[in-house]
Design a binder for this molecule. Sequence first.
Ligand code: B1M
Length: 210
Amino acid sequence: MSVLQDIAENLMKGKANDVKELVEQALNGGTAPAEVLNEGLLAGMSVIGERFKKNEVYVPEVLIAARAMKAGMEILQPQLAAAGVEPIGVAVVGTVKGDLHDIGKNLVCMMLEGAGFKVVDAGIDCDPQKFVDVAQENNAAVIGVSALLTTTMTNMKAVVDAVKASAIADSAKVMIGGAPVTQAFCDEIGADGYAPDAASAADLAKSLAL
Ligand code: B1M
């Protein structure tokens, strides 16, 4: 097995220390940082994402894989920056005003990072202007809004409207998700996309950003 396959396999098993060591080994052996990222870390994370979508793995497996990804990224990040490898875009993700649930939102952040985005976590209970301000400051291509309550999902429309009325209306797309959210609701409030789970959110963000 090549060291890159080894990185992907160990990431899928959530073995953070092994991933760290293998990333170091790959870099010391002369493998390009972008290759380590794409064929090692992102390859493993994308398999986890697909398995998660099919209910073959669950939240805990995704969390430990994401932790292993983070461990590898700590080693890789400075080398990527030195090699001029850019993230595919910036995504700002937060939970909507009035809503304190953040487990799903955190998973979305991890899957987006796993897909190659630079993620800015805007936190919980975010009012519409916060999404706009953080997205503007970071030149975000995608704004992800999460809601877990039927009483707070209605606040998503205010985010869509605030983005449409702002200077980033043409550059940032709004995607929404969370247990009570549906495609029909997305169409109703005029958001750019809806994803039912964190792995699909990463696919959607890529299609919106590119
Ligand atoms: Co709350 N809660 N909660 N809660 N809570 C629910 C959501 C509820 C369904 C429980 C129930 O009654 N059966 C219910 C909502 C009912 C409704 O509105 N229809 C509920 C309620 C009522 C409340 C309170 C009002 C309770 C009270 O105080 N009376 C209160 C509200 C607080 C507030 O937000 N203002 C409250 C509080 C809490 C806790 C603080 C105790 C805790 C949150 C802790 C935390 O997040 N740090 C909590 C929890 C844990 C839950 C349940 C049990 C689990 C939610 C969760 O994390 N799921 C939940 C019941 C349940 O779902 N079984 C419940 C796991 C997570 C991975 O899934 O977040 O759905 P989820 O994310 C998925 C997808 O939805 C999607 O991807 C994720 C992974 O695939 N997704 C996106 C999420 N965001 C996305 C964004 C995207 C795309 C996809 O694009 C941007």
